[in-house]
Write a protein that binds this ligand. Sequence first.
Ligand SMILES: NC(=O)c1ccc[n+]([C@@H]2O[C@H](COP(=O)([O-])OP(=O)(O)OC[C@H]3O[C@@H](n4cnc5c(N)ncnc54)[C@H](O)[C@@H]3O)[C@@H](O)[C@H]2O)c1
Length: 249
Amino acid sequence: MGKLEGRVAIVTGGAGVIGTAYCKGFAREGAAVVVADMADPSDLVDELKAAGHRAMAVKVDISDVTSTEAMAKAALDEFGRIDVLVNNAAFFKSVTRGPFEEIPVEEWDRTMAVNVRGPWLCCRAVLPAMKNQGHGRIINISSNVVWKGVPGFLHYTTSKSALVGFTRAMAREVGEFGITVNNVAPDFIPDEALRAHQPGNEDAVNAQRAIKRTSVPEDMVGTVLYLSSDDASFVTGQAILVNGGSFMY
Ligand SMILES: NC(=O)c1ccc[n+]([C@@H]2O[C@H](COP(=O)([O-])OP(=O)(O)OC[C@H]3O[C@@H](n4cnc5c(N)ncnc54)[C@H](O)[C@@H]3O)[C@@H](O)[C@H]2O)c1
């Protein structure tokens, strides 16, 4: 029997590169998976269902209040509960890189709307269900750029930094309802788009690591599943850096 049998997990950005790995991990552990994304997640959902798992696709824009409420309602209508929310969707791969003073103001606002308002709206949307159940697991995906102070995309780094304080303060607000809130920070996990967007970064980051190899989406899954499980019921307000030792704190 899986660690998350009978649980229901929403993964925002579930159709993305790392989101897909989370969704497959939840399914493997017996949870029903709500693959929530602005992009069409039906291919992944079809694959999960064909393998005998419970899954559904929800199209959502996490920066929009109505859309996030509809996401939570769709999950409840289909599966009757919401145990886990992984706030993984982000405006990320197409952010403008360059000096902070050249970031377009509209792009700064969009980054905050998706990467900060988005997780807040998603938390708001699932809170009533988690409170009723007396059980919930919220995992906010930030980034190692927060701890490393990576320059060159200040709007992105700032938005991911916001999730650290968000996680800590919210953990204190919802602990009494049996809800934990934690933060998981991936390091550089390149696909072809990122290799093109940030040339040279893969070798540079690999060289910083204690474990000197490229990080892959599957590296993230165990930590997220652990934080979603009963094993982590006394772990809240924390940040876990999954980075092969590139930065230690
Ligand atoms: N890949 C890395 O190197 C890396 C490093 C550190 C942190 N992260 C974080 O990990 C998470 C996943 O990254 P990834 O590499 O899989 O990126 P990705 O671009 O492959 O996936 C992100 C997903 O979010 C979705 N999305 C974007 N805006 C949305 C919105 N408004 N509403 C709903 N869905 C939306 C996209 O459609 C996409 O499927 C992100 O939060 C990212 O910031 C990634």
